[in-house]
Design a protein around this ligand. Sequence first.
Ligand SMILES: [Zn+2]
Ligand SMILES: [Zn+2]
Length: 378
Amino acid sequence: MKTHILISIILLFILALSTNLITGFRIPDLDHDPSTHFPNFTSFASSPWDYFKNFNGCQIGEQRNGLAKLKQYFHRFGYIQEIPISNFTDSFDDSFELALKNYQKNFNLDQTGILDDQTLQQIQQPRCGVADIINGVSTMNSGKTSSNSHGTKFHSVAHFSFFPGQPRWRNRRLTYGFLPENNLPDTVKLTFANAFNRWAEVTPLTFVQTEFYYNANIKIAFFSGDHGDGEPFDGVLGTLAHAFSPPNGRFHLDGSEDWMVDGDVSTSTLRSAVDLESVAVHEIGHLLGLGHSSVEESIMYPTIASRKKKVDLTVDDIQGVQVLYGSNPNYNGSIPSSTTTRSHQEREESNNGNGIYNLGLSYWAYSVFLVLVTILLV
Ligand SMILES: [Zn+2]
Ligand SMILES: [Zn+2]
């Protein structure tokens, strides 16, 4: 009998090793507790913004405890210009209603000016830390009316946007490097390479990894909390990452997120799992000079749900980046497929790469195996 149980356990152990259930990863150097080197099964999809659901139905003239926090949120993403934020009160005033209506417009919601259910759900979504309105100018072009060269007004179908002044890179060959202290495994680096490739396919730009982080055009780093640029990260979910406009090149990701590197993120056991490539493709858009878009399907839309993969450039993204850089001579005008062509070297890296997650899986499965065998023997 014991033999049967032992065989069953061994089979389960082999099965666990052969599946790819665990692909989450956290940056080891940022987590001092060794247990968090592996996926954090105790983390819930709670966000620093869950609190805002308490404001359901709130509208002009009302006073609600904590509404000042929501004003800070709107201030952070550019919808309220008032400074200092310590002056914010808990009253739903005219200026807050205006900010809310602008937010609703940018996110294609009914402009009710009320904190309705739809609006609050949108507000609580994990999102990019880059503001939607910069220096008072909305970078989201929802319903924008434009003029053509003949002075005729027309409703613009394009929703892509740029940073104020339309900054862009002068070089076509851009280097990127990873903060050495993060010690990222090759599989994570490959995810970034794939994300860069998606933009390289439609532009004349090329992206080359360099070992010289401090000299790279684009500097990629995972940080937790305050990391010295005035844009502190906020733990699990909330803001996920931010990047600066050209030619700054800083690209920061929140090291506290449960980043998923491969496998099907939609079936992750982690409710807080965030797809790394999806976020990387979005932030690279900023690094190239794109602002946020109101097109929900576009890569440059500011929010992304946890356990969602969104890596394909849409027409809106492609048109936007091609205004800045022109087209890749090999780009045939069709929407790139979801499968990015990898170089021979990248394929080799992928095949050989034994990242933290695989190591984590072996460690996890091995531990379970040992515990079960111990129980059996006792
Ligand atoms: Zn963004
Ligand atoms: Zn930062």
